[in-house]
Design a protein around this ligand. Structure first.
Ligand code: NAG
Ligand code: NAG
Ligand code: NAG
Ligand code: NAG
Length: 513
């Protein structure tokens, strides 16, 4: 998402004398090498801000970082973990406070990184990095509090603008809204640019709200929290918005339906705008799949029946229905959520699985319900590769395994290959740019030691000395990368290392030199 940065060779270390008043801008800080570098051959920069400049302190996260020193043997791999795991806490908690309407309602404005705005998807996943360390805790300096603040602010955003992906700081913060485009985007329904940074309708953004809600509930059992604020209203908004987006392009008499969302942007980039006067390519009626105008890369879908987001939405709508049921007095809504999740699952099986001549039965990335489909995968999550990671299916599912084999082969039009890094990419950062996020997802979905080791080695050796997880890296030249400060990918890497500690600790005892 967002801007396109090309990182050259690392800049010379700039030495700051840090006080709270003049903490360096992390966009610049993250492009410079800071001493001491790690002791392995990749000499990775120290990339944590000075303690006085960190945006949230968590002793349990600090203890985890310290304890991993004996778990991770390779000094460069450990440095990458040290820098990346706390990145969202160190740099992205732009504001934390309470609602003007209700001092009990915590709010957390958690930015994506190098853009001063909060994405629903990114913020849900930035918090997920710390999920294994979260427990019930009512204090305001806890990870649980940070979670509650993100959920409350997301609920506010969803209620005001359910079709939007990225949002401005809450008024309570006193932070100024930021302008996105020079020319305004043209879209329906209209929303205020004081609340919304960008209004690309992505089904996975809505699913992200259900994801973070599920994660917090399962970690804490704190049902009281879901009763108190705007959570039920946000769910009702989501149900209305997504049911309206089951609509096909044509009515049965042939007339063209009015669609609940359209989008056009003045741009030279095809994936930034929608065909057919902002409606997108035609979609068959009655499939039971929810449309998505954009992908989690913030690029337009080719066919709006986007399978990974339908999988993710179905999976978390079902788990969120359990929260709704536990609230009390919401049986009908809980049943509606569960039944809707099941009907999407049925539709995915009917329309989302195709029979490929070479591979056999596998999932398509996007379909239109008329018979057209796109066979590919993109690095951003939800992807097809990540379907077991977000819990839609089992890793052993034979159709998933066939799909995975395809995704990680040269038959996937967006699998980037080369001497530096081999991973899924996507149109967002362009051809030849492989995404470490997809290498991380490859590790999460593998139990093959060799495959995991190769992917880890590629990740640790391709940060251009900066010791952070970049958005994309040229598969032939690690000095050509995008996004120096992409908090989600950094947190995801930390989460992956903690997962390996549980599943395959011996891999973390290897050398990656
Ligand atoms: C984090 O702790 C440091 C001291 O180690 C302090 O200077 C800083 O203000 C704290 N940050 C926050 C957001 O509380
Ligand atoms: C909001 O829209 C108005 C009118 O188009 C424009 O003048 C203003 O700069 C916009 N503000 C932001 C933060 O984008
Ligand atoms: C065609 O069907 C749509 C949807 O049911 C309806 O709104 C519209 O009035 C119908 N048009 C004609 C010409 O019958
Ligand atoms: C995974 O498999 C188990 C055992 O067969 C089953 O109970 C569970 O529902 C499956 N999970 C998903 C997400 O399909």
């Amino acid at each position: 998402m967002g801007r396109y940065f090309l990182g050259g060779a690392a800049l010379a270390a700039a030495l700051f004398s840090v006080t709270v008043a003049d903490c360096p801008d992390y966009s610049a800080y993250s492009q410079q090498i800071h001493q001491p570098v790690s002791s392995g051959k990749y000499q990775l920069s120290s990339m944590r801000p000075d303690p006085a400049c960190r945006t949230f302190n968590s002793s349990i996260v600090e203890d985890t970082i310290t304890s991993m020193a004996s778990v991770i043997k390779d000094p460069d791999l450990y440095r990458l973990f040290q820098n990346s795991f706390p990145n969202s806490l160190d740099t992205a908690v732009k504001w934390k406070g309470v609602s003007a309407d209700n001092p009990e309602e915590e709010l957390t404005f958690l930015i994506t990184g190098d853009i001063n705005a909060m994405w629903l998807r990114d913020s849900a996943n930035q918090m997920q990095s710390y999920l294994s360390l979260v427990k019930a805790d009512s204090s305001s300096d806890s990870l649980a509090s940070l979670y509650r603040g993100v959920i409350n602010l997301q609920a506010r955003y969803v209620i005001e603008a359910p079709h939007c992906n990225s949002f401005q700081p809450p008024v309570e913060s006193g932070l100024k809204p930021v302008q996105n485009q020079v020319l305004p985007d043209i879209f329906t329904p209209p929303v205020s640019n004081q609340t919304v940074f960008e209004c690309k309708y992505e089904l996975d953004s809505i699913a992200a709200f259900l994801e973070i809600s599920t994660n917090y509930f399962q970690a804490t059992g704190d049902i009281e929290f879901f009763r108190k604020f705007q959570w039920v209203d946000a769910i009702n908004t989501i149900l209305d918005a997504t049911q309206a987006l089951l609509i096909g392009t044509y009515a049965s008499n042939g007339s063209v339906n009015t669609v609940p969302y359209t989008w056009q942007r003045t741009t030279t980039v095809g994936t930034e705008t929608l065909d057919n006067n902002g409606r997108g390519n035609p979609v068959q009626a009655g499939t039971g799949l929810v449309r998505s105008a954009f992908r989690p890369s913030d690029d337009a879908t080719i066919y709006q029946l986007f399978i990974p987001a339908n999988m993710m939405f179905s999976r978390y709508l079902d788990s969120a229905s359990e929260i709704m049921a536990a609230i009390g007095g919401q049986r009908n809504t809980a049943n509606q959520m569960h039944n809707f999740a099941q009907s999407i699952r049925t539709a995915i099986s009917k329309y989302g699985i195709i029979n490929d001549n070479a591979y056999g039965e596998m999932y398509a990335y996007e379909v239109d319900g008329f018979g057209s489909r796109s066979l590919m995968d993109d690095a951003n999550i939800p992807s097809l590769l990540s379907a077991p990671f977000f819990g839609y299916l089992n890793i052993s599912d034979p159709i998933y395994q066939t799909t995975r084999k395809f995704i990680l082969s040269e038959d996937n039009p967006y699998f980037m290959r080369g001497p530096v890094i081999n991973a899924v990419g996507g149109p967002h950062a362009g051809l030849g740019q492989a995404w470490p996020m997809a290498s991380i997802m490859r590790i999460f979905t593998s139990s093959d030691d060799q495959e995991i080791t190769t992917a880890l080695k590629e990740i640790v050796s391709t940060t251009d000395g900066l010791g952070l997880i970049h958005e994309s890296i040229n598969s032939f030249n690690q000095a050509i990368w995008t996004r120096q400060w992409f908090s989600w990918a950094n947190g995801l890497f930390g989460q992956c290392i903690l997962d390996l500690q549980q599943r395959k600790p011996e891999i973390l005892q290897q050398s990656f030199q």
